[in-house]
Design a protein around this ligand. Structure first.
Ligand code: FO1
Ligand code: 5AD
Ligand code: SF4
Length: 620
């Protein structure tokens, strides 16, 4: 792998960046990277700024000085994985395991042991799609009638909800839009670490993510975005010290901020420090240094703002609780009195009482939260599927925090008739026949994220007068407004609505996708690389973010999503080429019906299937 180093910033540039941060001014990637170098006195200043931002956010959230944690059990459903992250000891080979997966009874036993100790979260962390690499995994699933690891995750989560009442937090790696849809009703929350946006760490031999298809940054960014579209309270984060430059690290934080602002679904951001482990390819690399971790937490806090929840795992920080609290965290993540951290089993959890003591010594109160953060609990719909809401309600206080007195007990879980998202349930039929019954949904302002960001990303000028739109697009919009169903009529089928210089079919205002026309979505448009000069955390920006943070917002359900509403339709023979999937491995897959062809999940054999089957259902 090529050598990549950061040029050290000058003292003056560090001072300037600190001043800007202290004033709540916009920071760009260079300034953020400069702040990451702070040590000694400048680091103290940085931590003080970040700590102040965190404190303001906690006051605003109605829980001043409260640092949260979740009492959980760790369920390593499978330790087989198709990836080969060079730092990971969690993933192993079949002959080192008694079986490819934990049996249902083993899963339930862990959850019951946790319930007996007052745990309320079942953290499912597992290897990615092991059936694509290991015959043993394929056979295990096949023998028990599961089509995939994710099917078994779903069944296990239902069993845990029904038999124990613990709330599943699912961390199974890369998920497609359809996977997120299927899993949302069985989980309180989900998560996947972004790790890093540095593509070179994935694409270049020797990089920590080389040989791990699920660690391609573009793929992971897409998961974050899809989780937002599906309205899943989502945990993500970065792994530091794996060979990324400081600019790349800052870029990763900007990328998380962008998606968090857009959808309001990022419930917490984990800043995790790399720990070198024996028997891994990276055993010779130095551990991420704890002042580096503190500076990164502080920069994350300053960039993400007071309403972000920021977590550092308490078992990886060598007792530096005070340092991390000063840096601006407000959460310790999952801590278990029952199970080890299977990702870092050599690093035991602190006792919860001990953690509470350290937290108190730093001037904070430690309180238990659920797997899903309080703001999303309080809001409920559209973040929590009605089928999992009773389980969450049974364990929460009015504040949305965990009720420490509540003892989890199983509650029945109802299998849906179809995979229909929560929210308005008639859209799959009526939207195509009757159109909208109102101009927009009542909670429009709070559920559609940040419209100014959306506008920027589709390239529509602010307040563009209607008469400046091209005629055909105006005609398309008129139809969409008055009789949306008519866009699907054969007479309109072949029409081309011009949009931003691209040709799309039956799409109106580029509704097929956010980044442009769904029918033409290209690898470049979806391979998001974060904006280096992205706007930053002035108080005004934080204020704006609050309007869409979950306390005041939600996110589009897929049926209501403005950019997924209109199918783009199939292409004719001799017409333009089938759109390429964002993974660039395949054109849109075997699905021949009209669909919104944007994404497929990569597998070694190519495209695993188009994730957007909903348009077919809408047409029938
Ligand atoms: O969503 C995630 N949660 C992760 N969690 C869970 C997290 O600490 C909490 O359980 C969540 O905050 C939900 O409450 C971990 C817990 C561990 O013990 C060890 C590693 C992780 C890693 C992740 C992760 O990658 N993604
Ligand atoms: C579950 C999460 O744990 C993190 N993870 C995996 N291995 C290590 C390690 N050696 N050191 C620190 N974090 C690690 C990754 O970020 C992964 O996504
Ligand atoms: S970190 Fe996750 S994806 Fe990577 S090898 Fe380990 S289990 Fe697999």
């Amino acid at each position: 792998m090529a050598d990549h180093n950061d040029a050290p910033p000058t003292e003056a540039s560090l001072r300037r960046a600190l001043h800007r941060a202290a004033d709540g001014r916009a920071l760009d990637v260079d300034e953020a990277a400069t702040l990451l170098t702070a040590r000694g006195e400048p680091l103290d200043q940085l931590l003080a700024i970040a700590g102040g931002v965190r404190d303001a956010g906690l006051r605003d959230a109605g829980r001043p000085g409260v640092v949260t944690f979740s009492k959980n059990v760790f369920i390593p459903l499978t330790r087989l994985c198709r990836d080969r992250c060079h730092y990971c000891t969690f993933a192993t080979v079949p002959h080192r395991l008694p079986a490819a997966f934990l049996e249902r009874d083993e899963v339930l036993q862990i959850a019951r042991d946790g319930a007996a100790q007052g745990c309320k979260e079942a953290l499912f962390t597992l290897g990615d799609r092991p059936e694509e690499r290991w015959p043993a995994a394929r056979e295990w699933l096949h023998e028990r009638g599961y089509d995939s690891t994710l099917d078994y995750v779903r069944a296990s989560a239902i069993a845990v909800l029904e038999e124990t009442g613990l709330l599943p937090h699912l961390n199974p790696g890369v998920l497609s839009w359809a996977d997120l849809q299927r899993l949302k009703p069985v989980a309180a929350s989900m998560g996947m670490m972004l790790e890093t946006t540095a593509t070179r760490l994935w694409s270049e031999p020797g990089g920590p993510h080389y040989g791990s298809p699920d660690k391609e940054p573009a793929v992971r960014l897409r998961v974050l975005e899809d989780a937002g579209r599906v309205g899943v309270p989502f945990t993500t984060g970065i792994l530091i010290g794996i060979g990324e430059t400081l600019a790349e690290r800052a870029d990763s934080l900007f990328a998380i901020r962008r998606v968090a602002r857009q959808y309001g679904h990022i419930q917490e951001v984990i800043v995790q420090n790399f720990r070198a482990k024996p028997d891994t390819a990276m055993r010779g690399m130095p551990d991420a240094e704890l002042h580096d971790l503190a500076a990164t937490v502080a920069v994350a806090r300053i960039l993400l703002g007071p309403r972000a929840r920021i977590q550092a795992p308490p078992n990886l920080i060598a007792g530096e609780y005070d340092l991390l609290l000063r840096a601006g965290i407000d959460d310790w993540g999952g801590v278990s009195p029952v199970t080890p951290d299977h990702v870092s089993p050599e690093r035991p959890w602190p006792q919860i009482e001990e953690l509470a003591r350290h937290t108190a010594a730093a001037g904070f109160t430690m309180r238990e939260r659920l797997a899903v953060y309080p703001e999303y609990v309080v809001r409920g719909d559209p973040w929590l599927d009605p089928r999992v809401l009773p389980h969450v309600a049974a364990l929460s206080l009015d504040s949305g925090l965990a009720d420490p007195e509540a003892a989890p007990t199983g509650h029945p879980w109802q299998e849906p008739d179809d995979t229909v998202a929560s929210g308005r349930v008639d859209l799959h039929k009526e939207i195509d026949t009757e159109g909208r019954t109102e101009d927009r949904r009542g909670d429009f302002d709070s559920v559609y994220g940040d419209w100014s960001l959306v506008r920027d990303s589709v390239g529509v000028p602010s307040g563009a007068p209607h008469h400046e739109l091209p005629d055909q697009l105006r005609e398309g919009l008129r139809l969409a407004g008055s009789r949306p169903g008519s866009l699907l009529l054969p007479r309109n089928e072949g029409r081309r609505w011009r949009c931003s210089g691209r040709t799309v079919r039956r799409s109106t205002s580029c509704a097929g996708s956010r980044t442009g026309c769904g029918g033409r979505r290209s690898a470049t448009t979806s391979r998001t690389s974060s904006t280096a000069t992205s706007t930053s955390p002035t108080s005004a920006t934080w204020g704006a973010a609050s309007a869409r943070s979950p306390s005041a917002s939600g996110t589009p359900t897929p049926t209501g999503s403005p950019w997924s509403r209109w199918p783009t339709g199939p292409r004719r023979r001799g017409g333009p080429a089938r759109p390429r999937c964002a993974c660039r491995v395949a054109s849109t897959p075997s699905c021949r019906s009209p669909c919104t062809p944007t994404w497929c999940v990569r597998s070694r054999s190519g495209c695993r299937g188009c994730t957007s089957t909903r348009s077919r259902r809408w047409r029938s």
